[in-house]
Structure formats: structure tokens, C-alpha cells
Design a protein around this ligand. Structure first.
Ligand SMILES: CC(=O)SCCNC(=O)CCNC(=O)[C@H](O)C(C)(C)COP(=O)(O)OP(=O)(O)OC[C@H]1O[C@@H](n2cnc3c(N)ncnc32)[C@H](O)[C@@H]1OP(=O)(O)O
Length: 488
């Protein structure tokens, strides 16, 4: 009875939020680029100013990650994302190609639904609000229930700042009673035009099945291949820094390391030197039981947790100061937990004979889970990087950079984003790092350049066409019939 009541309240709330968001969007649609940009700047400034408070709230509420790193994530989502979009033209005429007589006009999609994960809650709200508003849309958030408080606080802070900068009330809103039924209603509502879904596989699938256009992010599971020409200490440092960043909660983070047999010893020695602990077969089996839940999905008990926490959970005795746990693995599959996505400081370690075998292993891992997402290669050999680029089922092949920060565009020049498209192979409509340009439609105003008869290929026919009076339908049909008969 109580659940039913909660569901009804959630559905009713969603309907109200969508109604207001629709009215707000109608006003946004009349605003100039300058007015929209002022709102977007206010959101970015508010997110940045509150980065520490929101980071601490997210960490405290979810138990995931490290608040120190969440500050960096909030700063990234506000400042770096803002810098990358601030000069983007997103309102009115985007392009006017006088030579080809085609003009492009931006058309906001309307009201958006934003699903927010518990792993990156506050940063994802700031990021999604920025890109939605920059494209002239309003957005209603569906918070992951385990991160409700910090998500609502973020929405409050940025929406108040936006309203002060001229944003209509209701353009940025969040469900305060998040239930599956309420979120379902949000995703299926006729007045919602686009869903931006980041979260667990089930929620992303629900978004795709809702009948509303959706941009979703499938699971990541990126391997990092250390090719023999790589600078091993630097490659290991980047992997360690990446895997420990916010305790591994970002989906572009490395999930396994693949090395060639010839450099195995050197790589293991370097990992140990930098604070990794290689689990024995028994220890790996013991910890392996905690990686997945019975239903085959990632176990929240290990997600975003420190090595000490995970070791205690699995009753492992590991050296103090260990930063990452590594298990040697030779298999890949749904029932091989180390070969799956582990948003925690845990890595699988594969050894292969030569780079071609390593290449095949990376493909096998990605086809097992994470196809279309991201992988990393550490190499000084351009030829091998090129070969990898041609073959891998990923949307981002990162080279000589940490996966976590490279994938989101913090240490690379790809678009700064916290929603990373996984392409068709990953069940996504785009392989882009999502930016405002993915959240608007383009109306093309195209002038006629030639008449129908100019489309005929044969010069003779063109001459004939030139002499036809376009108003004379009979003459035009006769000419077309004559041409068809001539070609038979
Ligand atoms: C760029 C990036 O880094 S994006 C990273 C995004 N990736 C992820 O978040 C990783 C995928 N997430 C997960 O696998 C899981 O969410 C975990 C492991 C992190 C956390 O697991 P849990 O806390 O059990 O959360 P889970 O997502 O399974 O959802 C718990 C419940 O909340 C519900 N729920 C989740 N999101 C919502 C929502 N937006 N609205 C309503 N209900 C929701 C789920 O349906 C589930 O309900 P149930 O218990 O009745 O089945």
C-alpha cells in the first residue's frame, strides 16, 4: 500500500515537473544566444563554486569514491565542460552556406529526461544541465535513489543560479520521489523528447525501450594494452592514477591490463613498485566472489571502495598502502568476474605472445562486455596504434593517457563529457562524447539550385529539356517516356 502510494506520488510529481519544464522550454526557445549563454555561465559558476560541498555530500551519501577526486570531477563538469561549449553557436542560424545555398537553423529538442547514476551524481547533474540548457532545452532529472540528497542539492544550487541569470523556473528540475514507475513515466511521457541515460545496464535498457529517443551509455570494460615499446614506468603510473581516481567509479577506467610475454616481468615489477598487490590464485578466487551479484550485475559493495575496504570485505590480508589489487587471468566470460567491468581498484592481468595476440585478447574482452566504449594503448609504435585503431570495437582508443581522464576528455582533446556514446555496437545512437550538438536538431533551409530536367544525364536530353515549357505536363511526360524507352 505504502509502495503504491509512493509510486502514485512519484508519477504525479513527474507529470507536474514535465508540464512546468515544457512551459519553461517554450520561453527558452525564444531566447537569444546571449541570453542562453548567460544562463549556462551561471550554472557553470554555481557548480564550480560548490564543487567541494557537493563532492563531500556525494561521497558521504553513496559511500562511493573519494571526495577529493569528486571535487576534481565537479570542477571538470563545470569549468572544463563550460570552456569547451561556451563559444559554441547553438541558437538560431548556425551556418549559412551562400555557395550551396543551404542555411542551418538550430532547433532545441524540447524537454529532456536526465537519468543520473550514483557513481558520478553531482558532476553528471552539472554536466547534463549545462549541455541541455546550452542547446535550449529544459531537463528533468531522475536521480538514482541512493544519491537522492546530493542530486537534489546540486539541482537546487544550479537552478537557483540559472533563474537569477534569466532562466525560466522549472527548466532544471528533479524528481524528489524517484521510483521505477515515476522514472518510467518520465521516459515514456509524450512531452519528453529525448532521454540522456547514464547508469546501470537495466536503466539504460529501459530508456532504449521506452519509445522515446534516447542517448544511453552501455557498460565500459576497457583493457589497457602495454605494448613493448611503451615507457613502462609511465604507462603503469597512468594506469594506477586512473584506476585509483575516485576509486575507479568512472566507466572509462581501465578494467584489465594486457602485456606481451617479453615485458611481463618488467611490468609486474613496476606495478608492485607503484603500490599494486598481485593476488595469489586463492586470494583471487576469494575476492572474485564479491565482484558480481547473484544476478550477474556489478556488486555495489565493491563499487568505488578503497582497497582496504574491499580487502576487509573479502577477508584478505594485504600489505598496508596497497593502491590496486591485481589478479592474473587467462579466461574471458560472463562468469569470469575479473574479465568484467569492475568500478573499483581491481584489475585483471593478461599475458599474451606478441601484440597480435594481445590485440585479439582485447577484442575478446570487449566483446564479452564493454563493446563500443573505450580502451587504452600505451605504445611508442605508431604502426601498432594504427592497427589497433582499425580493429577495436571501441568509440575511444586512447593512447598514452589514463583511461578515466582521457575518455572524458580531461587529458585528451576529445569533447569534455560525462556521458560517453558507445556507438551502434554498444547499443547507442552515437559514438560521440555527448555535447550540446547532440541535443539539438538542425533544420536545413535549402534553396533550389537546378530544375528537375537538369537532373537528366544525357546532354541531348538536357537540350530537349531546356526547350520544354515546365507548365506543359504532357510534354514533360512524353520526354520522360521517350528517355525510358531509349534506355531499354
Ligand atoms: C562517464 C561515466 O563514468 S558514467 C558511469 C555510469 N555507470 C554506472 O553508474 C555503472 C553502472 N551502475 C551500476 O552497475 C549500479 O548502479 C551500481 C553497481 C553502481 C550500484 O548498484 P545499486 O546501488 O544496486 O543500484 P542499481 O543501479 O542496481 O539500482 C538500485 C535500484 O534503484 C533503481 N534505480 C536506479 N536508478 C533509478 C532511477 N533513475 N529512478 C528510479 N529508480 C532507479 C534500480 O532500478 C534498482 O531498483 P530495484 O532494486 O528495485 O531493482
Amino acid at each position: 500500500m505504502e509502495t503504491l502510494d509512493k509510486d502514485l506520488r512519484s508519477i504525479q510529481e513527474v507529470r507536474n515537473l514535465i508540464k512546468k519544464a515544457k512551459e519553461a522550454q517554450a520561453q527558452l526557445a525564444t531566447m537569444s544566444q546571449e541570453q542562453i549563454d548567460a544562463i549556462v555561465k551561471a550554472i557553470a559558476d554555481a557548480g564550480y563554486q560548490n564543487r567541494e560541498k557537493l563532492a563531500k555530500m556525494a561521497n558521504e551519501e553513496t559511500g562511493f569514491g573519494r571526495w577529493q577526486d569528486k571535487i576534481i570531477k565537479n570542477a571538470f563538469a563545470s569549468k572544463q565542460v563550460y570552456d569547451s561549449i561556451k563559444d559554441m553557436k547553438t541558437v538560431g542560424v548556425l551556418k549559412d552556406d551562400k555557395a550551396h545555398k543551404v542555411m542551418e537553423v538550430a532547433v532545441p529538442v524540447g524537454v529532456m529526461a536526465g537519468l543520473i547514476p550514483s557513481t558520478n551524481p553531482t558532476s553528471t547533474v552539472i554536466y547534463k544541465a549545462l549541455i541541455a540548457l546550452k542547446a535550449g532545452n529544459s531537463i528533468v532529472f531522475s536521480p538514482h535513489p541512493n544519491a537522492l540528497k546530493c542530486i537534489l542539492e546540486t539541482v537546487k544550487i544550479i537552478s537557483e543560479a540559472a533563474v537569477k541569470a534569466g532562466c525560466p523556473e522549472g527548466a532544471i528540475a528533479a524528481m524528489t520521489v524517484p521510483t521505477i514507475q515515476g522514472t518510467d513515466q518520465l521516459m515514456k511521457h509524450d512531452d519528453v523528447s529525448l532521454i540522456l541515460a547514464t547508469g546501470g545496464t537495466a536503466m539504460v535498457k529501459a530508456a532504449y525501450s521506452s519509445g522515446t529517443p534516447a542517448i544511453g551509455v552501455g557498460p565500459g570494460n576497457g583493457p589497457a594494452f602495454i605494448e613493448k615499446s611503451a615507457n613502462i614506468p609511465l604507462a603503469v603510473k597512468r594506469i594506477m592514477d586512473s584506476k585509483t581516481f575516485d576509486n575507479g567509479t568512472i566507466c572509462a577506467s581501465e578494467q584489465s591490463v594486457v602485456v606481451e610475454a617479453c615485458s611481463k616481468d618488467a611490468v609486474i615489477a613496476e606495478f608492485k613498485k607503484q603500490g599494486a598487490y598481485f593476488l595469489s590464485a586463492e586470494e583471487a578466487a576469494q575476492l572474485g566472489k564479491f565482484i558480481m551479484r547473484a544476478n550477474g550485475t556489478m556488486n555495489p559493495q565493491i563499487v568505488g571502495r578503497s582497497v582496504e575496504h574491499i580487502a576487509k570485505l573479502a577477508n584478505l590480508d594485504i600489505p598496508a598502502g596497497t593502491r590496486v589489487l591485481i589478479a592474473e587471468e587467462t579466461r574471458v566470460g560472463r562468469n569470469v568476474p575479473y574479465s568484467r567491468e569492475k568500478l573499483a581498484p581491481i584489475l585483471a592481468f593478461y599475458t599474451e605472445d606478441g601484440w597480435e595476440a594481445a590485440c585479439e585478447r582485447c577484442i575478446e574482452i570487449l566483446n564479452g562486455e564493454g563493446a563500443g566504449h573505450t580502451m587504452v594503448i600505451h605504445s611508442e609504435n605508431e604502426e601498432i596504434v594504427r592497427e589497433f585503431a582499425l580493429k577495436k570495437p571501441v568509440s575511444r582508443l586512447l593512447v598514452n593517457t589514463p583511461g578515466t581522464l582521457g575518455g572524458i576528455g580531461a587529458t585528451t582533446a576529445i569533447a569534455p563529457a560525462l556521458t560517453l556514446g558507445c556507438g551502434a555496437v554498444g547499443g547507442s545512437s552515437t559514438s560521440d562524447n555527448i555535447s550540446p550538438l547532440n541535443l539539438l536538431n538542425i533544420r536545413r533551409v535549402a534553396y533550389g539550385l537546378r530544375e528537375i530536367e537538369d537532373l537528366a544525364e544525357k546532354p541531348a536530353a538536357q537540350t530537349e529539356a531546356a526547350s520544354i515549357d515546365l507548365g506543359d505536363k504532357e510534354q514533360l511526360i512524353n520526354m520522360i517516356v521517350k528517355r525510358i524507352l531509349a534506355e531499354m
